[in-house]
Design a protein around this ligand. Structure first.
Ligand code: FES
Length: 575
């Protein structure tokens, strides 16, 4: 262990004092039997826990935290666990994304205000990962990520069924009259049968992969199933390692470099990762001070293939991915495109961690030479319908629809969509383009995962499974389809999306990176004159603060005043 000489630990500003304040800092902690020698200057490690029974994907985090603590003690540190706001994707209304930035503020202030030298971030369900990385980045202490791990594969009637992806498929089957309601209910118990987060390559698995690709975790973090004993080993090893990281002064900004983000973007293409990673990585980069833009996603990932045959882009699930070799096996395949020298949490380079990684199943993890799908990076579109950009995940889309012009069928908001979509008199066919407005950061508010809107029943009955859909919303990482998302500026911010009307022709050209509304400038100007900006959806509280300050999707949807970092210093104390 290489220790930085003469470094006074941050926690000693609390525990090292010999006066009245030192008494206060130590004495209350001793109420549960902490011996005096724990305050002797050893690294104090905060375990930032997003455990909550309201976040089912993180409901095993007490066990995980205990493993981290054992590791910290084994390495000579002093662990202190603390809770932060937990964001569960399935229960929290109106959408967990509305609270990502709020949770990040909780994380940031909880770290900064307490006597901590290093942090272990326990993350699982979708938004818990970016929220913790964002908040911790703004303090920039040594930190290591431990993801909760994916659930075991869902099993329904002898076949695998994947979180989210299976729900979208089966609900369309029910709507088309091809699946009985009782079977649909039965599937509920079969899909999610163990601790962990969604086991498709949805947002949670994507973000756990991003944590590993960024270098913010030990190797293996992305894929070890939540209930596999090796997940506990990883947690324990991370507890040991964070103590060393404090001694080495390995703050987050030493790991989260421009090269790390570039590696993560390339890895996201190779795993067929969620479009949500675009927004989250932009926001994390904004906090740590790395100049990353939406255009980087296209430039860096544009020609990269998808190597991983996982739902929603492919067939398998995260358990299969782990047994096939997990993320290290993918990164090994990326040797010609990644920055091999990027530093990771264990003190080694990304390449050193992955260069000998085995691949046990080529049908799950393909080679770079013979990929699962070609050109799988996130495509960033521009055009008069999205002057500040929009994204599409070509690997989850229908190839024949990637170049398409169709008549717009417009929904003013999600309520309007639900009201209209099942109407048998709706003038729509499979060649139309479904356009959904007012589901962006301000419009929903919180940027709902509503972009993969259901298809109209009369289209479904023809056996059609995909249509071009355009919105300022996000899409669940478990969803699929020819879905254009994150249109910026959003409708509620006065973007051109607000001006689209039924019958307008919309042109999508993914190869040309173009999304165009075939309406003249003069007509758009006329429509704009009639547009009325929406008011904040609430007069007070978080929603008002969020509405007034949230940035657009192309900037990561962080609050404008949260961008950047303030370090970990706290000059005052009220004792
Ligand atoms: Fe929590 Fe999918 S609902 S990760």
């Amino acid at each position: 262990m290489s220790e930085t000489p003469h470094r006074v630990r941050r926690s000693q500003a609390w525990f090292g004092r010999q006066d009245r304040d030192g008494f206060i800092y130590r004495s209350w902690l001793k109420n549960r039997g902490i011996p005096h020698d724990q305050f002797d200057g050893r690294p104090v490690i905060g375990i930032c826990n997003t455990y909550s029974e309201l976040t089912p994907c993180n409901s095993h985090f007490r066990t995980l935290a205990e493993q981290v603590k054992i590791g910290v003690w084994e390495a000579g540190g002093f662990p202190l666990e603390f809770p932060v706001m937990s964001l569960g994707e399935t229960l929290l209304r109106p959408t967990a994304m509305l609270f990502r930035n709020l949770a990040s503020m909780d994380v940031e202030e909880s770290i900064r205000g307490n006597p901590l030298d290093g942090i272990v971030l326990l993350m699982g369900c979708d938004k818990t990962t970016p929220a913790l990385l964002m908040g911790a980045s703004s303090c920039d202490l040594p930190a290591i990520g431990v993801s909760g791990g994916p659930m075991l594969n869902g099993k329904f009637r002898g076949a695998d069924t994947g979180s989210g992806t299976g729900v979208w498929q089966m609900s369309e089957e029910v709507r088309a009259g091809r699946m009985a309601q009782e079977d649909f209910f039965e599937a509920e118990s079969c899909m999610h049968r163990s601790h962990g987060h969604c086991m498709t390559m949805g947002t949670a698995s994507t973000m756990a992969s991003m944590v590993e690709a960024l270098g913010m975790s030990l190797p293996g973090n992305a894929a070890i199933p939540a209930v596999d004993g090796r997940r506990n080993v990883l947690a324990r090893a991370s507890g040991r390692r964070i103590v060393e990281m404090v001694n080495e002064d390995m703050v987050m900004s030493k790991i989260l470099t421009r090269a790390a983000f570039e590696n993560a973007i390339r890895t996201n293409a190779a795993i067929g990762g969620s479009t949500n990673a675009v927004i989250h990585l932009l926001a994390i980069a904004g906090r740590i001070g790395i100049d990353l833009s939406l255009a980087d996603w296209d430039t860096l990932g544009r020609d990269l293939p998808c190597l991983v045959n996982l739902q929603p882009s492919g067939k398998y699930l995260m358990e299969d991915f782990y047994y096939a070799g997990g993320l290290p096996a993918v990164i090994r395949e990326l040797d010609s495109v990644i920055d091999r020298n990027a530093l990771t949490a264990n003190g080694k380079s990304l390449w050193d961690n992955c260069k000998d990684a085995p691949n046990w199943n080529r049908d799950v993890i393909h080679s770079f030479a013979e990929p699962f799908k070609a050109d799988a990076g996130i495509a960033v579109l521009r055009g008069n319908l999205c002057p500040d950009g929009a994204v599409i995940k070509p690997s989850a889309a229908t190839p024949a629809l990637l170049q398409h012009t169709g008549r717009a069928v417009v929904f003013e908001n999600s309520e309007h969509m639900h009201q209209r979509l099942d109407d048998e008199n709706l003038d729509v066919d499979e060649h139309c383009v479904l356009v959904l407005k007012n589901c962006g950061p301000k419009g929903y508010p919180g940027m709902a995962e509503a972009g993969n809107m259901p298809l109209p029943p009369k289209v479904l009955r023809k056996g059609i499974t995909d249509m071009v859909r355009v919105s300022d919303a996000r899409m669940s990482g478990t969803a699929y389809g020819t879905v254009i998302l994150h249109v910026a500026p959003e409708a509620a911010a006065g973007g051109p999306l607000a001006l689209v009307r039924d019958g307008d022709m919309v042109e999508l050209d993914v190869a040309g990176r173009r999304l165009h509304l075939h309406v003249s400038e003069q007509e758009l100007a006329r429509r704009r004159a009639d547009w009325i900006a929406p008011e904040a959806p609430a007069p007070r509280g978080w929603v008002k603060l969020y509405f007034d300050h949230v940035q657009q999707a192309n900037l990561g949807a962080d609050l404008d005043f949260l961008v950047g970092k303030s370090g970990a210093a706290v000059p005052k104390d009220n004792h």
